[in-house]
Design a protein around this ligand. Structure first.
Ligand SMILES: Nc1ncnc2c1ncn2[C@@H]1O[C@H](COP(=O)(O)OP(=O)(O)OP(=O)(O)O)[C@@H](O)[C@H]1O
Length: 246
């Protein structure tokens, strides 16, 4: 049943995707192709629709219009090739890390349990792995999801603010791991950290007015672009106007 050769997968393609909450159009006739390999970074102001886009791709919310296709896979089979690490997540606190990873991997037919051991070691998780998730810190909860995501061996990994709450060493190691794995697989990362785009060999897009726009992958240029925007300048004036009275 799961014999599709990953090399034969087409890129994930979005066509005329639209999503509104009441009369607020969050995703507006968006057409986009997520590369089969490499790292794609999505930035954008709060509320611009980045998480909504990930929720739509991963079937967590219903779209109003449009299509999201991965080769000719059915929606069910598409899910087996996409792993989503949301920024807000619920983990079953009554399970140990090991029970959770075993459970998640059982749902991903291409998963590779043998990879779990070295990933645990990489993330200093040997001891914690057998403890209840209710005893985990925020960073440990992130780590267990990353272990599950990588070992699930899906072609696409979508991750929202994945490095938040992780220590420096872990972030550096994971950046290296993601970059190397991206020769074979695709990572799509939402971030608010501009300098992340400098640390990856990546394509960078900004979510704005319901669409994705290619942006400079140079954070300094991006900062300049933001500063040139009229709305930014107006807000700067607001600070100047009121700061003295604080
Ligand atoms: N369930 C919902 N019901 C109503 N409105 C929603 C819902 N989910 C999101 N929205 C609205 O959709 C817009 C986009 O939200 P979304 O969470 O996708 O933004 P975001 O770019 O991920 O923001 P942030 O950077 O703050 O995480 C916002 O205006 C938000 O209020």
């Amino acid at each position: 049943m799961f014999t599709l050769n990953k090399g034969a997968l087409d890129a994930l393609h979005i066509s005329h995707l639209t999503k509104s909450y009441k009369d607020h159009k969050v995703i507006d006739d968006l057409s986009f192709t997520f590369n089969k390999r490499g790292i794609t970074i999505i930035v954008g102001v709060n509320g611009s629709g980045k998480t909504t886009l990930f929720n739509l791709i991963n079937d967590l919310v219903d779209k109003d219009e449009g299509t999201i296709t991965l080769s000719s896979l059915s929606d069910e089979d598409k899910k087996k090739e996409c792993f989503y690490i949301p920024s807000d997540f619920y983990l079953p606190e009554y399970m140990t890390g090991k029970e959770y990873v075993d459970f998640i991997l059982s749902r991903y037919p291409y998963s590779n349990k043998e990879n779990v051991n070295w990933l645990i070691h990489l993330l200093d998780f040997d001891e914690a792995y057998h403890k209840l998730i209710e005893t985990y810190s925020y960073g440990m909860k992130k780590k267990i999801q990353i272990i599950a995501a990588i070992a699930s061996n899906t072609h696409y990994i979508f991750a929202d603010e994945v490095f938040n709450g992780l220590d420096f060493e872990t972030v550096l190691l994971l950046e290296e791991l993601f970059q190397k794995l991206s020769n074979k697989r695709a990572f799509v990362l939402i971030t608010h950290e501009m300098h992340l785009i400098q640390r990856f060999d990546c394509d960078c897009y900004m979510m704005k007015e319901g669409k994705l726009y290619h942006v400079e992958d140079d954070p300094l240029k991006m900062i300049e672009e933001i500063k040139e925007e009229k709305t930014y300048q107006k807000k700067r004036e607001l600070i100047d106007e009121h700061v003295m009275s604080l």
